[in-house]
Design a protein around this ligand. Sequence first.
Ligand SMILES: [Zn+2]
Length: 92
Amino acid sequence: MAVYQYRCAEHGVLEVARPIGTAADSEPCPGCANPAPRVFTAPRLALGSARNRALIDRTERSADQPAVVPAPQSRRAAPQAQNPALARLPRP
Ligand SMILES: [Zn+2]
């Protein structure tokens, strides 16, 4: 079995496992049933075990589709001056 990639314009990349040499030029997208054209990629032969491939896939996917997004850092309020005359001084 080989994994072939197809790209739907709306839903992105989908992977289909087929026997080697039986890939169609397009596959129906499971999301919208429109034909998704085949994407030619390098064969995944030298990437090691399935565990390693899963790790590499997760790493590549996290670059543009992160599962966890850090919260924006909140700005701390400027400390209030105790002396009212200090509050009138110019700020940087
Ligand atoms: Zn689609």
